[in-house]
Design a protein around this ligand. Sequence first.
Ligand SMILES: [Zn+2]
Length: 194
Amino acid sequence: MAAESAECSWCGRPARISLNTVGMLCDACWNSWMCDRTGRDPLPPPPPPERFVDPDGRPHVLAYRLTHGATGIDAELTEVDVEDGYIFRALADPHADPQRALDHVRESARREIGRQYLRRSPFTSEMTIADREVRGRIIWRSRDEMGVVVDGRQMTWNELGQAIQNEGWNFTITADEPVGLVNDYDPALMSESD
Ligand SMILES: [Zn+2]
């Protein structure tokens, strides 16, 4: 992956995928290269960006990508104009209906943007855990500091710790792959490449 400002070597549109022998390619040219090379079916253009509203009434606009990846069909839905906002990814079987991968990321976005793990305390106006669970994504905030994104907001680990402090309570930490597998996707495919 490289900066979005690169141009596609074949068509000149914005390119985000680097291919050794060819240079930078846009998603559409990359997809047709993959179809030629692997015999996969052509993918439709991704749907236009979609707007989701969180429980606070904040709008979030997310853009779709749909690409043939080494291990299947990749759908991605990423918040635009935000440095580290919401990102949802799904992986479908290489020959699945691509709509299923798109439906998967749309459903994840509806579900996750539709709930809030943290809320502002009405008493202290500090962020506090809304229920008993917090889910988020680990990011690099800078070259030497990691942080998290919760409810589409960047936070430091320390800020997250302050939000969930409940002395004496137990907690569980589970780290998950950032990609949702579409229904009958065979995880064995993830360790192969074609
Ligand atoms: Zn292109």
